[in-house]
Design a protein around this ligand. Structure first.
Ligand code: ADP
Length: 317
């Protein structure tokens, strides 16, 4: 069969008759970092709770490395490390004491616990914090401890709910670097409402809105959505719009308040060169010509605030 680490099939969760998550399906492979992106209340946490076996789906199934979460919850959960939105820390313990408890909870065999704690601390940059009480650590270091407990049993799948919320920029940078590193050997799912975070950290992105997946594809596919058939042109002596429409492939020309001209062109056309030639021949005073890209934020807004979804991309490889 396939080698998917996570298979979510038609996951649905009802709260009081309302669908908080509706028919969400996707697969994940080893070595992938998947970003779960969506506005607050979109259904990210609810989906993560179902993936980790902390919440029963109203419908649908979850398999972790082929093991069904409902039929064999113990075995499936043993393959997952989870950091919920509310960190499960015992703040009155030191880092070492807490990771020892976490290792036992995750059923690391007693003879391997010491090594497991060392490895988790090393990976999370906590080596020098061993004897510190967790309550005295900064927010960023507490988050590292939260991630350390999630990876202490070297799980196949790591699920982190909003891992950078509330951190300062330097802490955010460090945690993102850590997530990327973890993604090399595990499958990682992070939820976030921060678009640049997904761009920086993830290989794949799923956008969830009102409980439904509205985009599922590689980050490159998402980026490509913003490159439309548009050029922005700066002309010192702009002609009437008709003159631009005579250039082969140009379908629309619009003068913007900034004085720049936005030109749209047909799918199979690339009129940039012809526009440059026309500008030179007619002395339009061309000083700028560049693709006019929609910002990724605007693509996100289009996906989540309009009922117009991009066709579903096939999941997995
Ligand atoms: P996100 O993580 O994307 O912010 P959530 O998964 O927390 O979104 O919530 C999705 C929707 O489900 C929201 O409308 C939220 O109010 C609702 N919801 C979440 N948990 C519960 C609950 N225990 N009871 C009722 N409604 C809930």
């Amino acid at each position: 069969m396939d080698n998917f680490t996570v298979e979510a099939t038609e996951l649905t969760r009802l709260y009081g008759g309302r669908e908080a998550v509706s028919n969400v399906s996707f697969n994940l492979s080893k070595g992938e970092v998947l970003g779960f992106l969506g506005p607050n209340g979109a259904g990210k946490s609810t989906t993560m709770k179902m993936l980790t076996g902390n919440l029963a789906p109203s419908n649908g199934s979850v398999k972790i490395c082929g093991i069904d979460m409902i039929d064999n919850p113990k075995e499936a959960k043993a393959l997952i490390g989870y950091l919920p939105e509310m960190r499960p820390l015992y703040k009155e313990l030191t880092v070492d004491e807490y990771l020892d408890v976490a290792a036992r909870l995750h059923r690391v065999s007693p003879k391997n616990i010491k090594k497991a704690i060392e490895v988790a601390k090393e990976r999370c940059g906590l080596g020098h914090m061993s004897k510190r009480l967790i309550e005295n650590l900064s927010n960023g270091y507490q988050q590292r401890v939260g991630i350390a407990q999630a990876i202490i049993h070297n799980p196949m799948v790591i699920i982190l709910d909003e891992p950078t919320v509330g951190l300062d920029p330097i802490q955010i940078r460090d945690i993102r670097a850590l997530i990327r590193e973890l993604g090399q050997e595990h499958s990682v799912i992070i939820s976030t409402h921060i678009l640049p975070e997904v761009e920086m950290v993830c290989d794949r992105v799923q956008i969830i809105d009102k409980g439904k997946l509205v985009f599922n594809g590689s980050i490159d596919v998402l980026k490509r959505q913003r490159i439309g058939n548009k050029l922005l042109i700066g002309l010192r002596n702009p002609p009437q719009a008709d003159a631009l429409l005579k250039v082969a492939g140009v379908t629309e020309a619009e003068v913007l308040p900034s004085g720049l001209v936005r030109v749209r062109f047909a799918d199979d056309a690339d009129p940039a060169e012809s526009i440059v030639q026309a500008a030179v021949a007619n002395q339009w005073g061309l000083y700028q010509i560049a693709p006019d890209q929609t910002s990724l934020e605007d693509v996100f807004v289009q996906l989540t605030y309009q009922d117009q979804s991009i066709p579903h991309q096939p999941t997995g490889q």
